[in-house]
Structures are given as structure tokens and as C-alpha cells.
Write a new protein. Structure first.
Length: 94
């Protein structure tokens, strides 16, 4: 895959294994990726696998959550990041 470099600003992308680090790749693309990045992971993993991985993520941006819920047609209650929200609100909630 040829994903955008800005998504993985904090790691060396040559050491990234797309199967071993599946949840990391999916969460980063959902939160920071563009439409081309999305198309690449959708083609690689498939929408069902992406939704399955996203359901187990502890943190996911509200917009990213809404995006995957809409595309996978799954209820928001199935997502861990929705059911276990932070008890302390953020200082700047955009």
C-alpha cells in the first residue's frame, strides 16, 4: 500500500506490517487519512474487517466513528470507543 506519509508521522513506515499492525493502520487512516488512503485499506482489508477492527478500538474520533458506522451499516453501540467514552471531558471539544 502507498498510504499518505502524514498519517504515520511518528514511525518508520518501512517497518510497518499491514497484517500485524492492522488496528494501528486502520485507526490512523480513519482519523487522518484521505479518500485515497481509505480506498486502499478498503481494497486490502474489506469493509467488514475494517468495521470489526474499529469496533475494538478504545479511541476513535467522532467523525471517523460516524464514517465507519455509515459505511458498514453497523450500530454505534457495537463500538468500544462509543460505549466507553472518557469520564473527563476534553478541554477543547471541537
Amino acid at each position: 500500500m502507498n498510504l499518505s506519509k502524514h498519517i504515520f508521522w511518528d514511525i518508520k513506515t518501512d517497518a510497518l506490517d499491514f497484517d500485524k499492525h492492522k488496528s494501528y493502520v486502520i485507526s490512523r487512516v480513519l482519523e487522518y487519512g484521505g479518500i485515497n488512503d481509505w480506498k486502499q485499506i478498503q481494497g486490502y482489508y474489506g469493509i467488514n474487517e475494517i468495521a470489526k477492527v474499529a469496533m475494538g478500538l478504545r479511541n476513535l474520533d467522532k467523525k471517523a466513528l460516524a464514517f465507519i458506522i455509515l459505511l458498514s451499516n453497523t450500530p454505534k453501540e457495537n463500538y468500544r470507543c462509543y460505549t466507553t467514552k472518557q469520564s473527563m471531558p476534553q478541554h477543547c471539544n471541537f
